[in-house]
Design a binder for this molecule. Structure first.
Ligand SMILES: [Fe+2]
Length: 144
C-alpha cells in the first residue's frame, strides 16, 4: 500500500477511535460537572460520528478499501483506547491531547491530498482539521 493511502487509513482509524473515546467519556463521566461534561462529550462524539461515513466513502472513491474492524482500527489508530475510567479532568486532558493529534493528522493528510490533486478530499480533510480545532478549544476552555 502506498504512503498516501496508508496515511488516510490511519487518519480514518484514528478518527473512529477518537469518536469511540468521546462516546466512552460521554457515558462514563462522573463528578460535580456531570451534566456539562456529559453534554460536551456528547456534542463532540456526535459531530465526529457524522463525518465517518463521508470519510469512508472518500477512501472508496480512491479505489482503496476502508478499514472497518476493531482489530484493524487498533492496528492503525494513532489514538489509544482507554480501558479504564479516568477522573473527569483526566478525561478532558486526554481527549484534548487526542483532538490536537487529530488536527495534526488532518493537517498532514490535507497536504498529501493536495499533492495528489485530490482537491475534494483535501477540502473534506481541511474541514476535519477545523472541527478538531474547535473541539480542542472547548476542551481546553473547560479545563481552565
Ligand atoms: Fe447519550
Amino acid at each position: 500500500m502506498d504512503k498516501y493511502h496508508l496515511a488516510l487509513k490511519t487518519a480514518f482509524a484514528s478518527e473512529y477511535s477518537f469518536f469511540l473515546k468521546a462516546q466512552n467519556f460521554h457515558w462514563n463521566v462522573e463528578g460535580p460537572l456531570f451534566v456539562q461534561l456529559h453534554d460536551l462529550f456528547g456534542k463532540i462524539y456526535e459531530e465526529v460520528y457524522d463525518s465517518i461515513d463521508t470519510f469512508a466513502e472518500e477512501l472508496r472513491a480512491l479505489d482503496t478499501y476502508t478499514p472497518a474492524s476493531l482489530q484493524k482500527f487498533s492496528m492503525l489508530s494513532a489514538v489509544d483506547d482507554e480501558n479504564s475510567i479516568p477522573e473527569w479532568s483526566q478525561m478532558l486532558q486526554e481527549l484534548l491531547a487526542d483532538s490536537d493529534r487529530m488536527a495534526d493528522i488532518f493537517k498532514i493528510t490535507f497536504d498529501l491530498a493536495e499533492q495528489n490533486g485530490d482537491h475534494g478530499l483535501a477540502d473534506f480533510l481541511a474541514g476535519r482539521q477545523d472541527a478538531h480545532k474547535k473541539h480542542s478549544w472547548m476542551l481546553r476552555a473547560t479545563l481552565k
